[in-house]
Design a binder for this molecule. Structure first.
Ligand code: NAP
Length: 326
């Protein structure tokens, strides 16, 4: 067994909420949460990561794992249990803390697409969405981000301008779907609902929100046999529309699974290559706030506007909150 002890900075995971959905049915509470982090190696029996090395890690098993959890100042890591990644010398640990899981997720979801695809990304201002937009464009795909609100649309258009082919649509704008037609290669004319002869359209979509936005995008913006990568959403009342669109257009539905991606042979190489792009300022992860671990309970809650704490559910937030365990 390889043992690496690290001192940590981490971002608050969404896993607390997953407990309510039964994915940690066997977990005894109270339990330390967290699946990722960055830090400095204090002691090591591993040749690849010597004392003083700066590393990032992501636990390989997210759910139903009793040893899951890493919100602590010092941690023993094992290569069987965690993907361990070298942080380039010119890149700050906080930059990597802001993007470890989202980079792995983006690479796991982009792997389904052939070169130069046209890909729609929902929740494009979320951490996974932002990573997917940037890494997709840097790989030569044409990315179309769907976001809520003109501020986010303007922010993306300005911030990601150097990455490659990026377009953004504000789904709060009335008639947004028509604004997206030309970007997705669709003509102005919509085919009748029972037709598969829809012409044009994007090569695929990477979706983390579901709902009306996903249903409309599938119905109106994709080409026949486009690829649909789903990674989060609960569909609710739009499930029937999504099913109908999938059937009508013969869409290829994939479920993005980052645990599976981490098990692939070149996963570490791919993630470290993405980290190197941060050093060149081509890939730019976004951190919203760095908080002491003592603030964690407050960061996870909705806060009144006068609060001195940052909150991850603050309206308008773009970027991660990073927890510091010094
Ligand atoms: N399958 C996997 O392997 C995997 C990996 C990582 C994450 N995830 C999951 O992916 C989801 C996103 O993670 P994240 O880290 O990117 O979260 P995040 O940074 O909080 O971003 C969430 C995004 O979703 C958007 N959003 C939320 N509700 C929405 C709605 N009803 N309609 C449209 N957009 C909505 C938000 O839009 P605004 O910006 O407008 O608020 C935000 O951009 C989480 O559920 C997470 O658990 C899955």
């Amino acid at each position: 067994m390889v043992v690496t002890r690290v001192r940590l900075h981490q971002r608050p995971p969404t896993i607390g909420a997953q407990n309510c959905s039964g994915r940690f049915a066997e977990l005894e509470l109270p339990h330390v949460l967290g699946v990722e982090g960055v830090g400095v190696v204090l002691k090591s029996r591993c040749e690849s990561f010597q004392e003083g090395a700066r590393i990032a890690f992501l636990l390989k098993k997210f759910f139903n794992d009793e040893s899951h959890g890493c919100w602590q100042r010092r941690l023993i890591l094992d290569e069987h249990r965690a993907m361990i990644l070298a942080v380039p010398a010119v890149v700050g640990l906080n930059q990597i803390a802001a993007c470890t899981t989202s980079t792995v997720a983006a690479l796991a979801f982009l792997k389904f697409f052939p070169p130069a695809s046209q890909i729609i990304v929902t929740a494009a201002c979320g951490a996974v969405g932002l990573a997917t937009m940037q890494l997709g464009a840097l790989r030569g795909h044409r990315m179309i981000g769907l976001v809520r609100g003109p501020e986010r649309a303007a922010w993306i258009a300005k911030e990601l301008v150097g990455c490659g082919s990026i377009a953004v649509v504000d789904t709060d704008a009335p008639g947004w779907i028509r604004l997206a037609f030309p970007m997705s290669g669709k003509g102005e004319l919509i085919a009748p609902p029972d037709s598969t002869d829809v012409g044009g359209g994007a090569d695929g979509i990477i979706d983390g929100v579901g709902g009306e936005v996903l249903a409309l995008a599938l119905e109106e913006l994709l080409r026949v046999r486009a690829i649909v990568v789903r990674y989060s959403a609960v569909l609710g009342e739009d499930a029937a529309r999504v099913d109908a669109a999938q059937h009508r257009l013969h869409l290829q539905v994939r479920y993005g699974n980052i645990e599976e991606f981490m098990a692939s042979l070149d996963a570490v190489r791919q993630v470290e290559a993405a980290f190197a792009l941060i050093g060149d300022a081509r890939y730019q992860p976004k951190a919203w706030h760095v908080a002491s671990w003592k603030e964690v309970a407050e960061c996870m809650k909705d806060q009144p506007i006068w609060t001195r704490h940052a909150t991850q559910v603050k309206p308008g937030r773009i970027g991660r909150i990073i927890l510091k365990f010094d």
